[in-house]
Design a protein around this ligand. Structure first.
Ligand code: HEC
Length: 272
């Protein structure tokens, strides 16, 4: 580094002396009589007060600066909100895309099935409720109308709406599901006791969504059948909601089958 010339060092030393000694003394003389007439503390107080004095002199703000300061600023909470906006946008778009691929009912069905999973298992393996997986649910409630004339989709919707006791009463039968089920028709209440009906606690859409979830996840339907049942169930919901009824309590298999036929006709799906 270069040497600092002697005369500059001397100037700097003088300047330092001026700042700490002479300047500090000047405002002290002004302040002492103004603040308090007592002479004794006057000497001690200015030494402390004088130091921050020079930078404290405020320049009057220019009008545009004053205007800028007076203007309302962006609230602090906006920052985290802005930060999360892109994350939310990605999440939102992702959420919109899923139903477009598999249908809103699939998403809703997975949510509602949480109510059923306690007894039927998350994977449909059963427990205190019947096993539904490996195509068992669609063995009980087949796709389309069977050769024997049983409408499996209508049967399952009615079953979930009315439960064991409601089905026994409404249908006047000891079994439920396809009477020609492989392995024999399922007896009501014979194996694991009764299941309660969900028609009162679930809306039409929620109940239908749960039924769709069970069929699409645990049934042995092929992709085309899943697609077709989804369209059919969505149309069924519209028809039911137009009828003014807001639940499926007390609906028989026959009544639900009639509405499904209307939906099939609207979509040009054959009943077979
Ligand atoms: C408290 C336990 C329990 C809950 C919760 C439950 N179930 Fe069940 N489920 C059963 C029992 C028990 C049976 C057999 C009833 C019988 O044999 O009468 C059954 C049978 C079924 C069947 C017939 C399966 C077959 O192939 O025979 C379906 C379908 C079904 N439940 C759907 C549902 C849906 C959908 C939900 C949720 C909305 C649900 N269950 C909630 C206990 C339950």
């Amino acid at each position: 580094m270069t040497e600092i010339p002697e005369h500059l060092l001397k100037k700097a030393a003088e300047a330092r002396a001026r700042l700490s000694g002479d300047d500090a003394a000047a405002p002290a003389d002004d302040a002492a009589p103004a603040s308090t007439p007592a002479p004794a503390p006057a000497a001690a107080v200015p030494a402390v007060v004088a130091e921050p004095e020079p930078p404290a002199v405020p320049e009057p703000d220019a009008p545009w600066v004053a205007a800028a300061k007076a203007r309302k600023t962006i609230p602090v909470w906006v920052m985290p909100v802005l930060l999360f906006l892109p994350i939310w946008a990605i999440y939102y778009v992702g959420y919109l895309e899923r139903p477009a691929a598999t249908g809103g009912l699939a998403v809703e069905g997975a949510e509602i099935y949480a109510t059923c999973a306690g007894c039927h298992g998350v994977g449909g393996g059963g427990g205190s409720g019947r096993a539904l997986n490996d195509g068992q649910v669609t063995a009980t409630f087949p796709n389309g109308i069977t050769a024997g004339g049983y409408d499996g989709l209508a049967g399952q919707i009615a079953w979930v709406a009315n439960g064991s006791a409601g089905t026994a009463e409404l249908e006047g039968a000891a079994t439920y599901g396809d009477p020609e089920r492989v392995g024999g028709a399922h007896q009501i209440g014979a194996v694991l006791g009764n299941m309660a009906g969900f028609g009162a606690s679930l809306s039409i859409e929620e109940l239908v969504a749960a039924v769709f979830h069970e069929r699409a996840q645990f049934g042995n339907l092929d992709a085309a059948q899943v697609e077709e049942e989804l369209a059919l169930l969505e149309e069924f919901i519209v028809i039911r909601e137009e009828s003014g009824d807001d639940d499926l309590v007390g609906e028989t298999v026959e009544e639900i089958s009639a509405d499904l036929d209307e939906a099939r006709a609207a979509l040009g799906i054959s009943e077979g």
